[in-house]
Every structure is written in structure tokens, then in C-alpha cells.
Design a protein around this ligand. Structure first.
Ligand code: NAI
Length: 416
């Protein structure tokens, strides 16, 4: 029987930074027995030494996969960032080396939506200032300014994963949902789109931001936009710190035009426990300040473990790359009666013809081919009919094609 280029038991998985056990469980369920999970991050030298025989690495934000580290990781097939951000990895370099990088952008969607909803309730009841007061011995039982959220208008800016999730749960509590998005979006439930941001600002009792960080969203909410908000409305930002001009928000709160706010993300956030957090919003009693924890829940961590491990397994098993942040996306169902090869190459003319030739000269029939290119690299997965002689000959020929970055034999058809 022909051997797979890499049987699962030989694929070494290294998980760093205390990644949730859901990831280990998923690898094991899928037949990956060689999984090591470490509590801490590793520095560059330790990483280089460890990565020599690692095929799949899982990291969070503290492990830096620089050009230097990646270049020394000869066996590395793929990288999983068990978090949202991927700037700890040199993505361009990984791409050129034929290493897809995956992350988990949506595992904490629900966590953010829940926190925002809770903050809306707290703000409408004036809880931040009353809690603060109670800690200091005040006993303020006034009803004035304490309101239910039922029937109030929530204006959601950015109707993506989080915005839509929030839309559903806010409506379930009786809020009227209005939203604004630069893209055409399907309104869920009874939600109604606004034609412009200004229209949304003018009608909402609470405005909440769920947009990405882009040049267009930088300082999107500034002094002029706060003026456009309804007097006495609330404001929430749990998206990205650069979207809001914080001194302008502080002014709007101090003047009473904005009745209260909840802010989770800031233009400048402390790098670690040793750095002090400073913001013009500190000391304002009707402002809830949280240290960028909108998506940080135990459930989200478990979801991230499963989501990223699943993407890594799908890539390793079938060559599928959907969700890769630095790589062309090829999604392919596994076929039952074919043998599958993958080939990553520099995107230059003639490579596909040479790949076809490797099979045709052996009279092997190609059953299907999936190719994507991005001008820099090309990625093709080739299914050939049945169970063919897939020994070193084919792989050697594929590897010898000029422009090849890497090639692998993924699985073989079962015997008839
Ligand atoms: P998403 O990509 O699913 O949705 C973003 C939406 O904003 C899209 O529908 C997009 O069309 C829209 N959009 C883009 N530019 C816009 C503009 N100028 N005006 C109006 N709409 C615009 O993203 P998702 O997952 O919903 O995340 C939203 C934000 O939340 C991101 O910035 C993300 O970084 C942040 N986030 C914060 C967390 C926290 O811990 N506080 C945790 C998770 C995400």
C-alpha cells in the first residue's frame, strides 16, 4: 500500500499560550494524536528550536512569528492564531512560504452583543453613577432619568456579525432597531435601515458602533457627529478605539448632550498590566469604562479553540483554505474515490501545464482541479481518479516544477 506523504500520527501539532482544551479535543477527535499544548509563549530562539519538527502551530497574541522564525520552520504547514488579531505573524512571508494562517474572527460575536445589551440597560437606568454613589455612601433613589429600554430606539452602526446579533437580542427585549451600514444588508426581524449615519444619529436613543477599523471609520464619530445625536441619548463603542474622538465624547458627556456612555476600546490601550490606563473619560460617573473585554468570555475562548482547530484540520486533511487571512481561498469537499494532491507555487505562467503533464505522462486521469491565484502565489488542489501509484515519483516530479513552493499528497482513494 502506498504511504500518505504525512500520516496523521506523524503530524506534530504544537499549541502555545494556554489555548483552550477544546482545540486539543478537536485535533484528537480527528485522529491527530501528536498534540502538545504549552501554557506559555516562547521567545524567538525557543520557537526556532521547537519549530524544527512542528507541522501545525497554534498561537495567541504573544508569540511572534517573524520572517526569521518562519524561515527556520522547515516543516511548518499552517498556523492557527487562536484569537482575532493576526499582526503577530508576518503574513506576507508566511504566504510566500506557502503557509496559510487562520484565525477566529467571529467566535466572540455573541459575547460582545451581550455586553452591549447589558450596558444599554445599565445606562438607561443610570446605574453607573448610582453604583458609584452607593460605594461612596449615597442613597439616590430618584426615578428621574431611570428608564426601561422597551420601545426605545437603538441605532446600530455597522450591521455585520455583531451588529446583527445585537439587533436580534435588542428586539427580543422590545427595542426598535435602526441600523446604518455602508453595504446593502438584509434587515433582520423588524429592524429598519437608515439611509445615512446622520439620520441614524438624529433618531436613536442609544447609538452603538460595530464597524471595523478602516481609513473611512477613523474618527468617524467626532464633535460634529455628537452634535447630530439626539439630546440625552446614550453612546456605546465596543468596536475599535480609532473610530471615536474621545476628547469630543468627553465634552459631549460633560455638556449633558450625551447622557451617558460605555466604552470598551480606546485609541491608545495599555500594552500590559504594568502600563497605566489614561483617558479623558476617567472620572465621568455616567460613563462605563471597560478594558477591551467585549469579546473576552470563557465561552468565546472555547469557541475560538474549536473554530481555529477545525480550520487547521480541514486544511491539513483536505487542503481547504476558507478563512485563511493571507491565502487564496479554495474550498473543496473531500471526494471518496479519488486521490488528492496539493501544489502551492509562485503565480507564473506554465505551472498548471506542467502539473497536468506529471499526471498525463503516467496516464492518470484528473478528476477535478481547484485553482486560485492572487498574482503572487497560486494554489491548486488536484483530484486524480481512483487509487493511483502515488509514491515518491509523482511527488518528486511535482516538487521539481519550476516555481513550486511546496506540494503534498493529502489522501488516497480507499482500496476497491
Ligand atoms: P463585521 O465585519 O462582521 O461587520 C462590520 C460591519 O461594518 C460590516 O457590515 C461593514 O459593511 C460595516 N461597515 C464598514 N465600514 C462602515 C462604515 N464606514 N459605516 C457603516 N458601516 C460600516 O465585524 P464584526 O465581527 O461585527 O465586528 C465589528 C467590530 O467589533 C470590529 O471592529 C471588531 O474589531 C470589533 N470587535 C471588538 C471586540 C471587543 O472585544 N470589544 C471583540 C470582537 C470584535
Amino acid at each position: 500500500m502506498e504511504k500518505l506523504s504525512l500520516p496523521k500520527s506523524k503530524i506534530k501539532v504544537l499549541l502555545l499560550e494556554n489555548i483552550h482544551k477544546s482545540a486539543v479535543e478537536l485535533f484528537k477527535r480527528n485522529g491527530y494524536s501528536n498534540v502538545e499544548s504549552l501554557k506559555d509563549a516562547l521567545d524567538a530562539d525557543e520557537l526556532k528550536a521547537r519549530l524544527k519538527d512542528v507541522h501545525i502551530i497554534g498561537i495567541r497574541s504573544r508569540t511572534k512569528l517573524t520572517k526569521d522564525v518562519l524561515a527556520s520552520a522547515e516543516k511548518l504547514l499552517t498556523v492557527g492564531c487562536f484569537c482575532i488579531g493576526t499582526n503577530q505573524v508576518d503574513l506576507e512571508c508566511a504566504k510566500r512560504l506557502g503557509i496559510p494562517v487562520f484565525n477566529a474572527p467571529y467566535s466572540n460575536t455573541r459575547s460582545v452583543a451581550e455586553l452591549v445589551l447589558a450596558e444599554i440597560v445599565m445606562l438607561f437606568r443610570g446605574i453607573p453613577q448610582r453604583s458609584w454613589g452607593a460605594h461612596e455612601g449615597e442613597w439616590d433613589k430618584t426615578v428621574k432619568g431611570a428608564r426601561e429600554i422597551r420601545g426605545k430606539i437603538i441605532g446600530i452602526v455597522g450591521y455585520g456579525h455583531i451588529g446583527t446579533q445585537l439587533s436580534i437580542i435588542a428586539e427580543a427585549l422590545g427595542m426598535q432597531v435602526r441600523f446604518y451600514d455602508v453595504e446593502e444588508k438584509l434587515a433582520l426581524g423588524n429592524a429598519v435601515p437608515c439611509r445615512s449615519l446622520d439620520e441614524l444619529l438624529a433618531i436613536s436613543d442609544v447609538v452603538t458602533l460595530h464597524v471595523p477599523e478602516t481609513p473611512e471609520t477613523k474618527n468617524m464619530i467626532n464633535a460634529a457627529k455628537f452634535k447630530k445625536m439626539k439630546k440625552g441619548a446614550f453612546f456605546i463603542n465596543a468596536s475599535r478605539g480609532t473610530v471615536v474622538n474621545i476628547p469630543a465624547l468627553a465634552d459631549a458627556v460633560k455638556s449633558g448632550h450625551v447622557a451617558g456612555a460605555a466604552v470598551d476600546v480606546f485609541p491608545k490601550e495599555p500594552a500590559g498590566l504594568n502600563e497605566k490606563f489614561k483617558s479623558p473619560l476617567q472620572g465621568l460617573r455616567n460613563v462605563i469604562l471597560t478594558p477591551h473585554i467585549g469579546g473576552s468570555t470563557e465561552e468565546a475562548q472555547a469557541n475560538i479553540g474549536g473554530e481555529v482547530a477545525e480550520k487547521l484540520v480541514k486544511y491539513s486533511d483536505n487542503g481547504s483554505t476558507p478563512g485563511a487571512v493571507n491565502f487564496v481561498e479554495v474550498a473543496l469537499p473531500p471526494q471518496s474515490d479519488t486521490t488528492r494532491f496539493m501544489h502551492i507555487h509562485r503565480d507564473e505562467p506554465g505551472v498548471m501545464a506542467r502539473i497536468a503533464e506529471v499526471f498525463s505522462k503516467r496516464e492518470i486521469n484528473i478528476a477535478g482541479q481547484y485553482l486560485r491565484t492572487d498574482g503572487e502565489i497560486g494554489y491548486v488542489v488536484t483530484d486524480v481518479m481512483g487509487r493511483v501509484k502515488v509514491g515518491a515519483g509523482i511527488r518528486k516530479d511535482l516538487a521539481a516544477i519550476p516555481g513550486t513552493v511546496r506540494t503534498r499528497f493529502l489522501y488516497e482513494a480507499p482500496p476497491k
